[in-house]
Design a protein around this ligand. Structure first.
Ligand code: ADP
Ligand code: MG
Length: 574
C-alpha cells in the first residue's frame, strides 16, 4: 500500500471550509481541541489495558506532549494513547457522524452575524478541524495500541486528504500543524511561542488530568546530536488534578466551564454548574452541568447521554445512562465513584442498588437546582425551560416520585400573557372565584390554539387557558391529572359548564337552565338529524354553551384520545 487520496464527505468539507475562513474569532481554542482529543485517547487506552491485560501497549508513562519548531513553523501535539487504525482514521477524521449536521449547516448559512455563527459552531463537535483555523496543512501520524503498523494522514483542508501506511510510528497519535503566518490583528497569534502555549494550556486545559508537557526549544536538537549536552527537562504545563477532587473554593468558575466544554463537546459556557459530594458507605463526587442550549439531536434515538463515569479518577465510560433518568439526558458531567469495580459494565450498573440511590439523589439535586434558579435568576430559568422544558415534561409521565418537584419548576404559555409563561402556582392564584379546574388546550402552535373555537367562551369570560404545544403535553396532563387538588381539564374535551360556578342569583341560574332546556327541545329534531347524517364520523351532536362566535366545533369525549395523541401513538407503533 502506498499513498492514497480520498475526498472528505460533503458535510465534512463544508465544515472545513467554515473553519478555514473561520467564523470563530478566538483561534487559540484549536489547541484545547487537540489536547482534549489526546486526553480522551489516553483515557481510552488506560481503560482498554485495564480490561485486557494482554493488550500489547505501553501504559507506563501516559502523557501529552507539545513541541514547537520556530524555524519550520510547526506545532505538534502528541499523545501515547489508544491511537487509530488505518480504517479508523478515514472514518473518524474524514466524515462527520452526527445526524444533526445537515440542519446545523443550514442554520449556519442562515446565521446573519458572526456571533450567531460562532454560537452554532460551538454546539458541534468540530474539534479536530479547528486545527485548520491556524494551519494551512495538518499531518497526523497514528498507531493504534496493539497494532504494528501506523498511518499518516495529511490534508490542506481543501476537499481531499491522503492516507499512507507507516512502519515506524510510535503508539498513539501526533498531530502536526504547519502554521499560517501570525496575524495578531485577526487573533492569529504566534503559536510557536512557548509563552503563548503555556498561557493557552493554563487557560483552557489546566483541568486535564494527564500531564501536558512541553519540551523547551532546542532540547530536541540537543538530543539528536547525542553528545554531552544534557537536554533541558520537559516542563509540565497543567496542574493535573481532577477538578471535582479539588476543594470547591479553589476552583474558579472558568475552570469548571472549560471542563464542561471538554466533556460536553460544546464551545459555549454552561448555564449552571452543580457540585455534589456524597460520603458514607457509598462515596462519590459529582460535577454536573446544565447546558445553555439544547443539542440538535435531543429528541432522536442517537442522542448521547452526557454523564461520564469515573472510578477513583479513572475514566470508565462516556454516556452513562444509569446515572440519570432519560428525561435528564441533556445534563453533562462527571460522576466519580469510590467503590465500584473498574470492570463495571453497563448491565451491572443498571441493576446496582447504590447506583439506583445515586441516580435518585442526582435527579433531586438537578431539580432543586432548577428550582433555585427559578427563585434567584428568572432569566436563566427562562432560558433553561425554553431549551429543555419539553424534555423535562417527559419526567411527569415516567417519574411519579418527582412529579411534584417537576410541576413546581414547569412553566407554560398561557392566555394570561402573550410572551411570558406562567407556572401552575401563578395560574391557581389568578383563578376566578368559583373556578375549580385548571384549563388547557393542546395544539400545534400558540396561534392555532388561540384560533380554536373551543377558546371562545373562555376568552369571553376571561378564564385563563394554558396553551400547550409540545407533543408530550397530551400525555403528561393525563398522567398527572391534577395540581394541588385542581383538575387539569382540556377545554376541548367533554362537557364544560362554564356558568355553573357564576355567582349569579338562584333565579338567574334557574332562568338559564330553563332557557337551555327549552333550546334543547327546540333543536332536538335538528340535532337528531345531524347525528344521523354524521354517524360515521362522530358520536353525538349537542347544543353548546362554549361557543360565542363560531357556529360549531368538534369536541372529544373526556376519555377519548385527541387527534395529536392518536398520531403520536400511531407513530410509536401502538
Ligand atoms: P470529538 O472529539 O468531538 O469526537 P473530534 O473532531 O475532536 O470530535 O475528533 C473526532 C474523532 O477522531 C474522535 O472522536 C476520535 O475518535 C478521533 N481522534 C481525534 N484525535 C485523536 C487522538 N489524538 N487519538 C485517537 N483518536 C483521536
Ligand atoms: Mg474532540
Amino acid at each position: 500500500m502506498s499513498t492514497a487520496t480520498f475526498e472528505f464527505q460533503v458535510e465534512a468539507r463544508q465544515l472545513l471550509q467554515l473553519m478555514i475562513h473561520s467564523v470563530y474569532s478566538n483561534k487559540d481554542v484549536f489547541l484545547r481541541e487537540l489536547v482534549s482529543n489526546a486526553s480522551d485517547a489516553l483515557d481510552k487506552l488506560r481503560l482498554e489495558k485495564l480490561r485486557d491485560d494482554a493488550l500489547d501497549a505501553d501504559v507506563s508513562d501516559l502523557h501529552i506532549e507539545i513541541d514547537v519548531d520556530k524555524d519550520a513553523r510547526t506545532l505538534t501535539v502528541r499523545d501515547n494513547g489508544i491511537g487509530m487504525s488505518y480504517d479508523e482514521v478515514g472514518q473518524l477524521i474524514g466524515t462527520i457522524a452526527n445526524s444533526g449536521t445537515a440542519t446545523f449547516l443550514k442554520e449556519l448559512q442562515e446565521a446573519k452575524d458572526a456571533a450567531g455563527a460562532e454560537g452554532l459552531i460551538g454546539q458541534f463537535g468540530v474539534g479536530f478541524y479547528a486545527g485548520f483555523m491556524v494551519a494551512d496543512e495538518v499531518t497526523l501520524v497514528t498507531r493504534r495500541a496493539g497494532e504494528s503498523r501506523g498511518t499518516r494522514w495529511t490534508s490542506r483542508g481543501e476537499g481531499t486528504y491522503t492516507l499512507e501506511p507507516v512502519d515506524d510510528a510510535p503508539q498513539g497519535t501526533s498531530v502536526t500543524l504547519h502554521l499560517k503566518p501570525a496575524d495578531p490583528a485577526n487573533q492569529l497569534h504566534d503559536y510557536t511561542s512557548p509563552w503563548k502555549i503555556r498561557e493557552i494550556i493554563k487557560r483552557y486545559s489546566d483541568f486535564i488530568t494527564w500531564p501536558i508537557r512541553m519540551v523547551p526549544e532546542g532540547a530536541a536538537a540537543a538530543d539528536g546530536t547525542g553528545d554531552e549536552e544534557v537536554p533541558p527537562a520537559p516542563e509540565t504545563l497543567n496542574s493535573t488534578k481532577a477538578l471535582w477532587a479539588r476543594p470547591r473554593d479553589e476552583v474558579s468558575e472558568d475552570e469548571y466551564h472549560e471542563l464542561y466544554k471538554h466533556i460536553g463537546h460544546d464551545w459555549r459556557d454552561p448555564l449552571e454548574t452543580i457540585r455534589l459530594q456524597a460520603e458514607g458507605t457509598f462515596e462519590y463526587q459529582a460535577l454536573l452541568f446544565l447546558p445553555a442550549h439544547a443539542p440538535h439531536d435531543l429528541f432522536t434515538r442517537d442522542v448521547k447521554r452526557g454523564v461520564q463515569l469515573y472510578v477513583k479518577r479513572v475514566f470508565i465510560m462516556d454516556d452513562c445512562e444509569a446515572l440519570l433518568p432519560p428525561y435528564l439526558r441533556f445534563v453533562k458531567g462527571v460522576v466519580d465513584a469510590a467503590d465500584l469495580s473498574l470492570n463495571v459494565s453497563r448491565e451491572i450498573l443498571q441493576q446496582d442498588r447504590h447506583i439506583e440511590m445515586m441516580r435518585r439523589r442526582l435527579t433531586k439535586k438537578v431539580l432543586s437546582t432548577v428550582k433555585d434558579m427559578m427563585a434567584k435568576d428568572q432569566d436563566r430559568y427562562a432560558t433553561f425551560w425554553r431549551e429543555f422544558g419539553a424534555v423535562l415534561k417527559e419526567g411527569l409521565v415516567t417519574d411519579t416520585e418527582n412529579s411534584d418537584a417537576l410541576l413546581a419548576i414547569a412553566s407554560f404559555a398561557s392566555t394570561h400573557h402573550d410572551t411570558e409563561p406562567t407556572t401552575l402556582k401563578q395560574y391557581v392564584e389568578r383563578m376566578k372565584d368559583g373556578q375549580e379546574d385548571i384549563y388547557y388546550l393542546t395544539g400545534e402552535s400558540r396561534q392555532s390554539i388561540e384560533n380554536s373555537p373551543h377558546m371562545e367562551a373562555f376568552r369571553d369570560r376571561g378564564i385563563e387557558v394554558l396553551l400547550l404545544t409540545d407533543a408530550v403535553d397530551e400525555v403528561w396532563v393525563d398522567a398527572v391529572g391534577e395540581y394541588e387538588g385542581k383538575k387539569l381539564r382540556s377545554v376541548a374535551k367533554g362537557r364544560i359548564d362554564l356558568d355553573a360556578g357564576d355567582d349569579g342569583t338562584d333565579d338567574a341560574e334557574k332562568e338559564k337552565k330553563e332557557k337551555r332546556e327549552k333550546q334543547t327541545e327546540e333543536f332536538a329534531g335538528l340535532l337528531g338529524w345531524m347525528t344521523e347524517q354524521l354517524d360515521e364520523d362522530i358520536k353525538e351532536v349537542r347544543l353548546s354553551s362554549r361557543l360565542t362566535a363560531s357556529p360549531a366545533c368538534i369536541v372529544s369525549d373526556a376519555n377519548d384520545l385527541t387527534p395529536a395523541l392518536e398520531n403520536m401513538y400511531r407513530a410509536m407503533g401502538q
